[in-house]
Design a protein around this ligand. Sequence first.
Ligand code: F6R
Length: 242
Amino acid sequence: MRLYRAKDYEDMSRKAANIISAQVIMKPDCVLGLATGSTPIGTYKQLIEWYEKGDLDFSEVTTVNLDEYKGLTKDNDQSYYYFMHDNLFNHVNLQKGRSFLPDGTEPDSEKACRDYNAVIRQAGGIDLQLLGLGNNGHIGFNEPADHFPQETHCVDLTPSTIEANKRFFAKAEDVPRQAYTMGIGTIMSAKKVLLVVSGEGKAKILRDALYGPVTPEVPASILQFHKDLCVVADEAALSEMP
Ligand code: F6R
């Protein structure tokens, strides 16, 4: 594991964007695994800035996102489809048809997951997977469980995730109760994993994930076994490190 210490959120975002840029420059036709949530927003802003300056070209890049709420339409401003377009896709030269998320509008969970596994397989696997860290240690929407799910599956969101994500919705009841998420097996097969973490609120779970026992109770702890893990975290998130 390589741990990059950032001063604050801006510094974390710039360092993470640098790692993603290096990936895109070294392999222009790479497959980027992307995440939503508040942590990567600054990273996406930085990538857009460098794209606008002419330093980055996404024309050959394919993207696959970690997850999507089940039941939200693409034009719902809380869907991850909407989030990704708003925060990145609409602002860079990714080609239409080369950015994928699980289909939240597909009511048949088995079909939605099967189709998404096929998309990832067809893309040839993931070169770099960007991850945020949930307050309960989840990555993607792989919630604490008694096993590590392998491929894309439908999950029931835990009360703590619904609580954490309600900030984006008008009220907690509006948060969808289920989501489709890439599995831990798929995340672990990414050639490189980039975990971004910011803020004191994540300090304890980051310590548990990186230095605690590897257990599906803390899904991110499996990353300790990844052969090319980069963690970019700010001082506040690193405040509980051993
Ligand atoms: C988002 C995702 C989630 C978030 C995590 C942290 O696609 O899969 O695992 O990365 O919930 O969210 P933030 O960054 O909002 O704290």
